[in-house]
Design a protein around this ligand. Structure first.
Ligand code: B12
Length: 218
């Protein structure tokens, strides 16, 4: 059989066709397509197209929701492959989507990629208040705090979380990474984060960089 063109997967997610998304992801896995390629080349761009259609008012919340469900079902099949550890745990990451924000696909993807890269993950879910982040960082003695926000209205929450971490006296012991579609490197610097990751593909590299894990390498 010739290698599967994954345009059909891109379309299935945009159409919110959950069964077809699962079928195509499984087929791509069976054909040996690297999981990172399935996600970043086909699945993530499909969600960007869904967002573009929402912006053009061709799609509304229900359509975004069915596409999100198809995407999540596809990612569930890929999760075991993406989280397979190639190295022993290097550091602990507490991650969550900030208060007021229910978007979790990107955050989940970041968590999977970091887990695959050897990080221990404590995922607090969505709509997480600042106090809950503080509590988890303390309880798990986390090395990295990952904050996700997809809405311009919830981005300022990232600053609120960082301030709460400072007030709790924990800032010196933790590196803060921020990300999400509206987040930029400039915004990250403004709120006092240590790093910014634009995609799941770079998350592990950025996390290693802020922890200076590679500087000790020969
Ligand atoms: C799916 C979706 C939804 C789903 C979410 C389902 C779910 N379980 O997540 C539902 C239908 C619930 C939803 C609701 C809403 N949504 Co919505 N949604 C989207 C959509 C189409 C895709 C988001 C997504 O999953 N992308 C795929 C993932 C893989 O990408 P990502 O999230 O950007 O994550 C990547 C990077 O950003 C980065 N990253 C993300 N987090 C982190 C964290 C760290 C630490 C790091 C390092 C990196 C990182 O790495 C990720 C992987 O590569 C976007 C469009 C878009 N362009 O983003 C709109 C979008 C985000 N939504 C939008 C809006 C307006 C809403 C609603 C307000 C709509 C409404 N009227 O009710 C509500 C808000 C609900 C709430 N309180 O949160 C707007 C936001 C506009 C703005 N500027 O604020 C967008 C941009 C659509 C648009 N173009 O207008 N939405």
């Amino acid at each position: 059989m010739p290698p599967l063109g994954l345009e059909a997967l891109f379309v299935a997610i945009i159409d919110g066709d959950l069964a077809r998304t699962k079928e195509l992801v499984q087929r791509a896995i069976d054909q040996g397509t690297p999981p990172e390629e399935i996600v970043s080349r086909w699945m993530v761009p499909a969600m960007a197209e869904v967002g573009a259609r929402f912006e053009r008012q061709e799609y509304f919340v229900p359509e975004m929701l069915v596409s999100a469900r198809a995407m999540q079902a596809g990612l569930a099949l890929l999760k075991p492959l993406l989280t397979q550890r190639k190295v022993k745990p290097v550091a602990t990451v507490v991650i969550g989507t900030v208060r007021g924000d229910l978007h979790d696909i990107g955050k989940n993807l970041i968590a999977m990629m970091l887990e695959g890269a050897g990080f221990q993950i404590v995922d607090l879910g969505v709509d997480v208040p600042a106090e809950r982040f503080v509590q988890a960082v303390r309880e798990h003695q986390a090395d990295v705090l990952g904050l996700s926000a997809l809405l311009t209205t919830t981005m300022p929450q990232m600053g609120a979380v960082i301030r709460a971490i400072v007030d709790a006296g924990l800032r010196d012991n933790i590196k803060v990474l921020v990300g999400g579609a509206p987040v930029t490197a400039r915004f990250a610097a403004e709120v006092g984060a240590d790093g910014y990751g634009e995609s799941a593909a770079v998350a592990a590299r950025v996390a290693r960089k802020v922890l200076a894990l590679d500087s000790a390498a020969p």
